[in-house]
Design a protein around this ligand. Sequence first.
Ligand SMILES: O=c1[nH]cnc2c1ncn2[C@@H]1O[C@H](CO)[C@@H](O)[C@H]1O
Length: 321
Amino acid sequence: MAAQPKKIIIDTDPGIDDAMAIFLALQSPEVEVIGLTTIYGNVYTTLATRNALHLLEVAGRTDIPVAEGSHVTITKGTKLRIADFVHGADGLGNQNFPPPKGKPTEQSAASFLVDQANLYPGKVTVVALGPLTNVALAIQQDPAFSKNIGQIVILGGAFAVNGNVNPAAEANIFGDPDAADIVFTSGADVLAVGINVTHQVVLTDADRENLARSDGKFAQYLCKILDVYFSYHYDAYSTNGVYLHDPTALIAAVDPSLITYTEGVVRVQTCGITRGLTILYNKQKRFGEVTEWTDKPTVKVAVTVDAPAVVKLLMERLMDS
Ligand SMILES: O=c1[nH]cnc2c1ncn2[C@@H]1O[C@H](CO)[C@@H](O)[C@H]1O
């Protein structure tokens, strides 16, 4: 008998690669999307909610609830770094889609996360595709959350490589470093997929042409919004392809066999010029003194990815929609 699909909640700031990840999840029999929660990052939270509702309407899946997340960082910071230069002012490639008809739930993202983790203890995976404010709020709201949640898959961090905001920091961790440090040290089963891994997974121009030639509904939609994302990558990295950050993290939840990981303690720098830096302690040395990593729980950090398999799975499922 086939295994029960894994229940997932996608915490998202849509975002072009978020749209790809959400559509991929909806096309994946291995998972059941039980909700979307929204967060600032690629766009402000209000627009993230609007885009999440819109994407579910495009997919004909308005049965899936959307819970709106925090508008400020965990320390109540309001000076947010929004990556509209990556995704367009509307977050979806400057297509100015009509506003969605649906509304978010009354419940906040953090309360929704807490409730679902309590309802299905050990069974819910959160795939966090933006800054980690909502997840950290859930941890603060319910001391049992980190035990009750099945797994937290994080798209974030730059482990032993340069960041994408600056040489130190990756965008999602930089968005709320204090929240990230809370999540990494919470004791939950955390798997971090950083840009050291996602930069290996590239959708090429040829792949985009194949998507455009298919009559898949999601493939067609994505081809409309991908231009802005391609231009940004060309300007920033001189490549004719785009990094598949969010879809790779989603696939780490759908099919963990496509990545390998190491284990250790991760702390996040929360101030100074390296704010947002993620440092993994690999436990290969016993330090003579107590450090900020001592006695903190271990997490998983992705190390390698079967990039061709990830691209193939994504393409097949988007074209077959
Ligand atoms: O240069 C960048 N600055 C800010 N955000 C970026 C940049 N490149 C990609 N992303 C977005 O941040 C996440 C990965 O760090 C992804 O969601 C990606 O879309």
